[in-house]
Design a protein around this ligand. Structure first.
Ligand code: OGA
Ligand code: NI
Length: 346
């Protein structure tokens, strides 16, 4: 059996060794494997945001509310993020992961508290089984506070990524307003709970994998933030849990995938669920995905919206700061046991 990689990053282990078996530290126990032949192929709602402003707003809000309640996931088209910005973002991400090892390693850190860092798997300090992924994680709001710590190779990295961040933030704010309204709250309610707001992103690179049945890019997890806006290339890998079955969500060009994170589940007092999802890897295709994690700022206090707490539906969660939640999320590791369980009302 292959042994543990001596390289810091998976990218370099895979490209420098002709492997036909994955190292033992990537192998999941039998009961936790992806069972790829039992995965369903289905779609999630596709919502056209063209009419978000205008006489049909009510209908779009209704569709968004229904998707949040029933799926926790939806796709959007006509989202107003220009195609060239998306193309530049994907290209920049590919160029970054194609840089020589010593160039990429300038950004390496295994400390989850660093605001810019390249790392591998999920949390190499705490996890027992590794994941088939490298990732570059960036904080990106306000952009000017962070852009100078981002990589500057490829040379247009900062330009292209900051342009993408600003544009996607516009979409995030539209969606947060719509989700707020869909809960019967004021359009601005959720946005006002987020302090100065936060925005992080990951550039996920999943190399080809000789044994995709034994491991994950990311195992089943919920997202700890408010909402996630996922951009992916044209290679499948995302799977969503629906009615107890894993469903593969194959990429649709020019759309983003949106999912509800734990903080919306809290604010909605469990009306909307933060749904388990995972990324699997492919035998012969590498994959890139670029999630934007829109979130409260660390000092923001999050709790169920008072308007959604009644005698019949008492508060499910206590109030907490987002900093407290973020810390628990990274130190617990990805697991299907929800981090939210630690924040229940007593
Ligand atoms: C994540 C995530 C899915 C993917 O980064 O939280 O769920 O398809 N990514 O990469
Ligand atoms: Ni996720």
């Amino acid at each position: 059996m292959a042994t543990v990689s001596k390289r810091l990053l998976l990218t370099d282990f895979v490209s420098s060794n002709k492997i036909d078996q994955i190292p033992s530290n990537y192998i999941r126990p039998l009961s936790q494997r992806p069972n790829l032949d039992r995965v369903f192929h289905d779609s999630i709602p596709l919502i056209n945001l063209n009419h978000l402003h205008g006489p049909n707003r009510g209908h779009v809000i209704y569709q968004i509310g229904q998707a949040c309640r029933d799926y926790g996931f939806f796709q959007v088209k006509n989202h107003q993020v220009p195609e060239y910005i998306i193309t530049n973002m994907l290209q920049t991400a590919k160029q970054f992961f194609n840089l020589p090892e010593h160039e990429r390693l300038k950004s390496y850190s295994d400390d989850p508290n660093k605001t810019t860092r390249l790392s591998t798997s999920f949390n190499v300090r705490t996890e027992k089984v590794a994941n088939w992924r490298d990732f570059l994680r960036l904080h990106c709001h306000p952009v000017d506070d962070y852009v100078n710590e981002w990589p500057n190779n490829p040379s247009l990295f900062r330009d292209h990524v900051s342009e993408y961040c600003r544009s996607v933030r516009g979409l995030a704010l539209e969606l947060i307003g719509a989700i707020s309204e869909s809960l019967g709250l004021d359009e601005g309610y959720i946005s006002e709970q987020l302090g100065k707001h936060g925005q992080h992103m990951a550039l996920n690179y999943y190399p080809t994998c000789p044994q995709p049945d034994l491991t994950y890019g990311l195992p089943g997890h919920t997202d700890h933030n408010l909402i996630t806006i996922l951009l992916q290339d044209d290679v499948p890998g995302l799977q969503v849990l629906r009615n107890g079955h894993w469903v593969a969500v194959d990429p649709v060009p020019n759309t983003f995938i949106i999912n509800i994170g734990d903080q919306i589940q809290v604010i909605s007092n469990d009306k909307y669920k933060s749904v388990l999802h995972r990324a699997v890897v492919n035998y012969d295709k590498e994959r890139m995905s670029i999630p934007t994690f829109y979130c409260p700022s660390p000092d923001a206090i999050i709790g169920p919206a008072p308007e959604l707490v009644t005698d019949d539906e008492p508060a499910v969660y206590r109030r907490f700061t987002y900093a407290e939640y973020f810390d628990k999320f990274w130190n617990r590791g990805l697991s299907s046991e929800n981090c939210l369980d630690l924040f229940m009302a007593t």
